[in-house]
Every structure is written in C-alpha cells, then in structure tokens.
Write a protein that binds this ligand. Structure first.
Ligand code: HEC
Length: 225
C-alpha cells in the first residue's frame, strides 16, 4: 500500500511537472506566405537567457565597428561573446552602462541603454551571470504588429547601431516609419537572411528562425503598426 501511494505521488508530480499546452495556428500572412505556428508552453523557468536576452543587447550596444568588435578591440575588449563579457567583468559592465557623468558607455552621442535593458542585465548578474542558453519553445506569429512583435526585435538586436545618433549604413531602425521603409524596400529581409546584402546583425549571432519568420509575416501583411 505504501509503495502504491509513493508511486502515485511520484507519477502525479511527473505529470504536473511536464504539463504542456499545445495549439496549432495556421496564419495566412498574404502574398502566399502561409505560416504554421505551434505554440508549446514549457513548464516555466523565468531565469534570464544569455543567448537570447543578454548577448544581443550587449553586442548591439558595445561590439560595434570601431568599438569592442573582434577587429577594433578598443582597450583589448571584445564584447560579442560570453567569454569576452566575463573577461571584462560584470562589475565593469554595470559601472559603465549606469554611470551618469564622465566616461560613460556606450559613449555619447550614442543613446544610453534604456532602463529595461539595464535592469535585465542586473537581473542576469544577480542570478549568477550564467551562460544559460535557451531555445525558444514558442514562436508567436499570431497578429504580428510593430509594437508587440517587431519593435522588441529591433530594440534588442539592431537599435544599438541603427538610431538617429548612429545611422549604420544610413538606416535608422528606432521608429515605426523607418523600420517600415527598410522592410518594404526588401533591405531588411535581405540582410537578416544573408541574401546578398550586408549580413545583419553585424558581427553578432544571426536572428533566430522565429524572429526572421515574424519579420517576413509582418512584411507580407504590409507592416501593421
Ligand atoms: C554592431 C552594429 C550593427 C548591428 C547590431 C546591426 N547593424 Fe545593420 N548595419 C551596420 C552597419 C555598420 C551598416 C553599413 C553596412 C556595413 O558596414 O556592413 C549596416 C547596414 C544595414 C542595412 C543596410 C544594408 C544595405 O545593403 O544597404 C540594413 C537594412 C541593416 N543594417 C539592418 C539591420 C538589422 C535589421 C539589424 C538587426 C537585426 C542590424 N542591422 C543590426 C551595423 C549594425
């Protein structure tokens, strides 16, 4: 009897722990671009992911040409990898991105990192600054809009090099109108799919399949705001 109770408790724990919710959504984004999305919600683990949340932020703000990219290595720092960031030290990182005066990073007139990004980096450090790599388990391509889907991708992966103070390649990606223009000319998708244009994000890891898909669906729907 005791054995059975233990077994029951154990298996219900297992079932509870592995509970998944799956839905399949078919989206027709126009222009014949049909997309099938499977949303799989894994049991929650809210720890910060290094590869999808931290590295792209730091690369876009710090690993620019002439700064801390693999070729320029200003002050010997290359900030496009976990090793490079840890070598510099997370204390140094926080000091420079939060400093109000003197030598701040990214240097002026570059925009400072926004509060949400700084808080995310601080949370990552508080959790031990681990190289926790996540594979996105869900890709939300339902109702893709600029504000909810596209702006967060631009802010994390592109804005550091494409803003009004630092217009890489003459392209600004910090507002709806300019992102829409780059997308409708085909430049955006050409760069993120390495399709003959300059490959973006420059010097950083490529966008995930999910993010590329969101941008393609958004483009096919004529870039809703
Ligand atoms: C580390 C800096 C950096 C990041 C991050 C970055 N870019 Fe760029 N981008 C540049 C530079 C510099 C150029 C100018 C061309 C060159 O030097 O390769 C450029 C050029 C471009 C162009 C114009 C290409 C052309 O052929 O005219 C587009 C479009 C573009 N980037 C989109 C993006 C997108 C989308 C992202 C984010 C997914 C991104 N970039 C991230 C630095 C960056």
């Amino acid at each position: 009897m005791k054995k059975i109770t233990t077994l029951l408790m154990f298996s219900s724990l297992l079932i509870f722990g592995m509970c998944k919710h799956e839905t399949t959504t078919i989206i027709n984004g126009g222009n014949g671009l049909t997309d099938t999305t499977k949303i799989v919600e894994e049991p929650k683990n809210d720890s910060v992911c290094f590869n999808t949340q931290i590295l792209p932020l730091i690369t876009a703000s710090c690993a620019q040409v002439g700064c801390h990219d693999a070729n320029s290595r200003v002050e010997g720092l290359v900030l496009n990898s976990y090793t490079g960031i840890k070598r510099m030290g997370t204390n140094t990182l926080v000091t420079y991105i939060t400093k109000k005066t003197g030598k701040v990073m990214p240097p002026l007139p570059q925009p400072r990192m926004d509060t949400a990004s700084i808080n995310l980096i601080k949370r990552w450090i508080a959790e031990g600054a681990k190289e926790r790599n996540c594979n996105p388990t869900s890709c939300d391509t339902l109702n893709v809009k600029y504000t909810s889907h596209i702006a967060p991708i631009m802010n994390t992966y592109c804005k550091g090099c494409h803003n009004s103070n630092n217009v890489g390649g003459g392209v600004n990606l910090d507002n709806y109108a300019d992102v829409k223009t780059s997308t409708l000319t085909g430049k955006m998708i050409c760069t993120i799919t390495a399709n003959g244009c300059a490959i973006m994000p420059k010097g950083g890891p490529a966008l995930s399949t999910c993010n590329v898909r969101k941008i393609k669906i958004w483009a096919a729907a004529n870039c809703p705001q």
